[in-house]
Design a protein around this ligand. Structure first.
Ligand code: NAD
Ligand code: LMR
Length: 329
């Protein structure tokens, strides 16, 4: 190996997404086929043994790019020197739990992890929060890491983006690779807004190709926005392989760049663009280059889109108020 290994920390490593994610990181899909990695797995103490089992399997794959694996239940150890952190482990909502309880329970995870990132990670750390509620968990971690540039904390809406690509391809008979410039706006929740008004299918405006407003409002948008719940209903567990795949896509695009003429969707701290209050971690259309992202500017937002973006942003604002009230940010 000629390149210096990149330190990649994965939390919730023994969970479902962790199991679908780690093998792809180790085989070079996260950062590139020539980039060796040191994997750092963070788990809670009772799940350490399961994480060890996964590490044994990783060993057994003899991945040429996997330089080392370390397992810990101490965030200060797991984030030591981290260049990339995938925050997957989270507290799921259980029966009878109110939204405030969920936010508080996740505050107990993401606040100390944010602090551990602040105190131990490498200067070029990039953070992706997958664990739900992803946007607000990212906000909590970011607030606990004042020495890390705020824009390094991102939340995953790439799964929503990929779901939207797939639904649009099915409807129009196009290939997913013919579809460009799709956007997910807002929260990774049922209020998210998948926007096709600026998307192109083989160079033609997607909204014109579809020309079926009823399909857009009554089928496409709810199918994409409620897909997570539909998967839970069907599998009896939340999406895992597709979520891991989206996490790989998110980081790969962030590090390696978007294709010319295309963009992607990432949950990122708002700079006030498109009327989204500054600081909220909301999904935007972004281009990436040289490890940095930029919000695509100048898109015309029609009334249909405006109402939906505003509704999702309103939900994010309420989540921010709730965690502020709990003293988490
Ligand atoms: P899972 O329950 O199978 O695994 C979660 C793992 O996290 C468990 O092994 C648990 O021990 C671990 N964990 C809990 N607290 C931890 C802590 N403080 N530090 C380290 N590890 C900890 O869940 P999963 O299916 O892997 O899903 C993980 C999260 O991802 C959930 O919150 C889920 O809702 C979310 N998710 C997000 C998206 C998205 O698009 N953003 C998609 C799918 C799932
Ligand atoms: C998904 O979009 O599949 C998940 O975020 C659903 C969930 O609640 O875990």
């Amino acid at each position: 190996m000629t390149r210096t290994p990149v330190n990649v920390t994965v939390t919730g490593a023994a969970g479902q997404i962790g199991y679908a994610l780690l093998f792809r990181i180790a085989s070079g899909h996260l950062l590139g086929a020539d980039v060796p990695v040191n994997l750092r797995l963070l788990e809670i103490t009772p799940a350490l043994k399961a994480a060890e089992g996964t590490a044994m399997e990783l060993d057994d794959c003899a991945f040429p790019l996997l330089n080392s694996i370390e397992i810990s239940d101490d965030p200060n150890v797991a984030f030591d020197g981290a260049n990339v952190a995938l925050l997957v482990g989270a507290r799921p909502r259980t029966k009878g739990m109110e939204r405030g309880d969920l936010l508080e329970a996740n505050g107990g995870i993401f606040k100390p992890q944010g602090k551990a990132i602040n105190d131990n990670a490498a200067d070029d750390i990039k953070v992706l929060v997958v664990g739900n509620p992803a946007n607000t968990n990212a906000l909590i971690a970011q607030a606990a890491a004042p020495d890390v540039p705020a824009e390094r904390f991102t939340a995953m809406t790439r799964l929503d983006h990929n779901r939207a690509l797939s639904q649009l391809a099915k409807k129009t008979g196009a290939s997913v690779s013919d579809i460009k410039r799709l956007t997910i706006w807002g929260n990774h929740s049922a209020t998210q807004y998948p926007d096709i008004f600026h998307a192109e299918i083989a160079g033609k405006n997607a909204a014109e190709v579809v020309s079926d407003q009823a399909w857009l409002a009554d089928d496409f948008i709810p199918t994409v926005a409620k897909r997570g719940a539909a998967i839970i209903e069907a599998r009896g567990a939340s999406s895992a392989a597709s979520a891991a795949n989206a996490a790989i896509d998110h980081v790969h695009t962030w590090v390696n760049g978007t294709a010319d003429g295309d963009w992607t969707s990432m949950g990122i701290p708002s700079d006030g663009s498109y009327g989204v209050p500054e600081g909220l971690i909301s999904s935007f259309p972004v281009t990436t280059k040289d490890g940095k992202y930029e919000i695509v500017q100048g898109l015309e937002i029609n009334e249909f889109s405006r109402a939906r973006i505003d509704a999702s942003v309103q939900e994010l604002t309420e989540e921010r108020e709730a965690v502020r009230g709990l003293g988490l940010i």
